[in-house]
Design a protein around this ligand. Structure first.
Ligand code: NAD
Length: 485
């Protein structure tokens, strides 16, 4: 049981403004696994005031980037010491299989912190160049007070993706995790404080939607970095637009994996499957539409059914488990609702469709494969956020690209082929922010990641992810003057 009775505001654990508490229950057993105070508007006011003061008067933005990088490097080390504990805590919060969680929920944040720590010494925050009319210094300054808002599905990973570059920039952060996963966020606060982030710079305010909106609209917040649903992202984008606040949005997806006509399924499926049903299907980048050549449709669907049958469903704390429970009852209702919708639309369940036999507690849904799916069906167009795949036939490479693009979303995608050039041609044709050619790696932390279309605005990771938290200032210099930078 992980219990907090205080909020981390301005770098100190202080009494919350209300007695409201978030209880976190295991999605597997229903047991209470932790609790912490719920932040209210008064807590947001205190957090933003501390962040504003840290930006305007504190040491953090005035330290050198390499000094801030050293703090992030220390945080990466501390995460390294707490890997198993963090992975189990996140599994207890939201049901991620712990083996996958160790890699994606904990080791990945450790790598992200390490990557941005390194940029502290290598990224050009100041550049002196010959302008058209004279020497120019282009300097990149912290954007100011950042509101970072994340969902529950990969909570620590998404927090690291925002906090590491935001902190490296010299900005202050008010971090609002989702109500389902406040505990790992508080552990992250402990780690960053121990690593040496000064007082005032960071607050963690677990809260719901309304308090989140209050934070977004706070006049002293300069930049909102949001990951979550497209519906909420549009609302937040509109609110930021109205006040000319900087905003970046990482939103939903309905990504397609294209199995080309020459594909070797024995080689392709082991690369594709971990990205098709990852994190119990609760992943924005999941390859949930599988595009199969019409003349190999039965062969592909049979192979997929066998791959899904082989998945071990069960207790997510068991290292052998590959599919655990969904985060909450409402999420299971949602996924089961979509399974009914698919059947009503005329698609056929080839495997799954119900609840796994022999499991009495927890929000489990069987991994499910729909066949005879047309891309216009709701199960092919809408984000289900559960372990449900739709297999869609196509007639040519061009037809596969057309179907992959026939989506409001554009986050991820993949192609598998015996011919890398042919695969790359498909990759170039699909309008998404990240793509895999005969690969199992959807995100490289040194390279931009983000969405086309309704999947978002802006790019996280790499230097793009740092630039989200920087303002550029051009200083025109007198001829003959070269400042030391
Ligand atoms: P959600 O949009 O309901 O909530 C996400 C977070 O935003 C939560 O902290 C929530 O409290 C807060 N929030 C919601 N409405 C808000 C508002 N109007 N103002 C301020 N804060 C608000 O999303 P969810 O259903 O919890 O998460 C799943 C979604 O996140 C899926 O659509 C998934 O694809 C997406 N996601 C995207 C990425 C990516 O990198 N593109 C990564 C993970 C998840």
């Amino acid at each position: 049981m992980k219990s907090y009775d205080r909020l981390f505001i301005g770098g100190e654990w202080i009494a919350p403004s209300s007695s409201n508490v978030f209880e976190v229950h295991s999605p597997t057993t229903g047991e209470l696994v932790g609790q912490c105070p719920e932040a209210m508007e008064a807590d947001i006011d205190r957090a933003v005031a501390a962040a504003r003061d840290a930006v305007d008067n504190g040491p953090w933005p005035r330290m050198s980037p390499s000094e801030r990088g050293a703090v992030l490097a220390r945080a990466a080390e501390l995460v390294g010491e707490r890997m198993q504990e963090m992975a189990e805590l996140i599994t207890n919060e939201m049901g991620s299989p712990v083996s996958w969680g160790l890699l994606a929920q904990v080791m990945a944040p450790n790598m992200i912190l390490g990557y941005y720590a390194g940029l502290g010494s290598t990224f050009a925050f100041d550049e002196v160049k010959d302008g058209l009319l004279g020497p120019v210094l282009v300097t990149k300054e912290p954007v100011g007070v950042v509101a970072a808002i994340t969902p529950w599905n990969v909570p620590f990973f998404l927090a690291a993706a925002k906090l590491a570059p935001a902190l490296l920039s010299g900005s202050s952060v008010v971090f609002k995790p989702a109500p389902e996963t406040p505990l790992d966020a508080n552990v992250f606060a402990e780690i960053l404080a121990e690593a040496g982030v000064p007082k005032g710079v960071l607050s963690v305010v677990p809260a719901g939607r309304e308090v989140g909106e209050y934070l977004v609209n706070h006049k002293d917040v300069n930049k909102v970095s949001f990951t979550g649903s497209t519906v909420a992202g549009k609302k937040i984008g509109a609110a930021c637009g109205a006040n000319l606040k900087r905003v970046s949005l990482e939103l939903g997806g309905k990504s397609a994996a294209v199995l080309l006509g020459d594909v070797n399924l024995d080689e392709a499926l082991p690369l594709m499957m971990p990205n098709a049903i990852m994190n119990n299907g609760e992943a924005c980048i999941s390859l949930t539409r599988i595009l199969a050549p019409r003349d190999r449709y039965t062969e592909v669907t049979d192979a997929l059914v066998e791959a899904v049958r082989a998945l071990k469903v069960g207790d997510p704390l068991d290292p052998a488990t590959e599919v655990g429970p969904l985060v909450a009852e409402r999420q299971r209702d949602r996924v089961e609702g979509y399974i009914r919708i698919g059947q009503d639309e005329g698609a056929k369940v080839a495997i799954g469709g119900g609840r796994p036999a022999g499991i009495d507690t927890g929000w489990f849904v069987e991994p499910t494969v729909f066949i005879d799916v047309d891309n216009s069906m709701r199960i092919a167009q809408e984000e289900i956020f559960g372990p449900v795949l739709s297999v869609i036939p196509y007639d040519s490479d061009e037809d596969a690209v057309r179907i992959a693009n026939d989506s409001d979303y554009g986050l991820c995608g993949a192609v598998y082929s015996a011919d890398n050039d042919r695969g790359l041609a498909v990759a170039r044709g699909v309008r998404t922010g990240t793509y895999m050619v005969n690969s199992a790696i959807p995100i490289d932390f040194s390279s931009p990641f983000g969405g086309y279309k309704d999947s978002g605005v802006g790019r996280e990771f790499g230097t793009d992810g740092l630039e989200l938290f920087l303002e550029k200032k051009t200083i025109n210099l007198p001829a003959g003057y070269t400042p030391s930078v």
